[in-house]
Design a protein around this ligand. Sequence first.
Ligand code: FE2
Length: 394
Amino acid sequence: MIKRIDVSSLQLGVYIHDLDCPWTEHNFFSNSFLVNSEPLLRRVQQSGIRSLLIDTSKGCDVAEVAAPKPAAAPEPAKTSARKPAHYPAAGEFGRAKKLVTQASGIIKHLMHEVRLGKQAQISGLEPVAESLVQACLRNHHALNGISRLKHKDEYTFMHSVSVAGLLIAFGRDLGMGEDELRQLALGGLLHDIGKARVPDRVLNKPGRLAPGEFEIMRQHVSLGVEMIASIQGLGTIPLEVTQLHHEKIDGSGYPQGLKDAQISQVGQMAAIVDVYDALTSERVYKSAWQPTATLKSMLEWSPKDLSRRLVESFVHCLGIYPVGSMVQLESGLVALVIDQTQDLLRPVLRLAYDARKNCRIPLQDVDISREMSADRVVHIIDPSKFGLNPVQIF
Ligand SMILES: [Fe+2]
């Protein structure tokens, strides 16, 4: 018999008939399998899945009243952002990687179609936007940490996914509702769609742009707005994100040179997120800036370029040591920041290296707000100095 149970009732020996969520949303080899070990049981229970279908003809039964399927509940037209059910980032990295890869592939395909002269179709983006919102509601630090790990050749597509993830997290931190978060996600995914009409020699130039080329590049904003303005049912937020993400508070931005309150809050958020992701990404002509140093510089640049109030909110949203930062502790241990805690100065770390002994150590996750509380982060480090690569530590 197939029946629905709450994931908290899952036991060893039960055969899962269906995890009941898209494959991009979980990190298991299949949607159907026997729960045949304690680690597998724990993984399912910590996966963020709330209820699932079991097959009692292929495995044990559990005494359980059928749990309602979450998606079946009627949703109000506008809901507030869900109270954070904080899922540990370590359990989210696998599916965050899968989601970022899938979303980047869809953006790449969309831009390719537009380059061929076809009309931008957003139907494929809506499920991606929804998955990104749900991933951020589970733990946005996991998604935003993973989306920093870009390949420079895939920058344009991965940047769009990063901007979407960062905008969702930022919007949620500012109290925006889930409907607005979905629109922010679409805005992030689409904000550079106009680059599909920028000539390759300018878009992929392996170096800084000459003034004339920069003029061509700047046109991606109006080209993008033109492409998405006629899409039915898109909402105003994606248009604002696309139109305003290069405007600056002092009027020095483009394309319109708008100032202060002429730029909506969504536009100001988009500008902050766009700059942060561009600076923390490796490009052909520059290395990636460290997240903490980037946030510090952005605070220094505000309020000239960026809203000071919103940059401060953005720091609050990401933490002083954003996920993906590499840090050194007073003890000499070197670690990757993998999650945030209530204490902004004491994140969850993945220990990887001992700088005093000059050797790698077995990877170990610690929450220094609880364990090792006598130790503390003393500074951000450049991982290459120790031969470390965050991609391999995540
Ligand atoms: Fe842009």
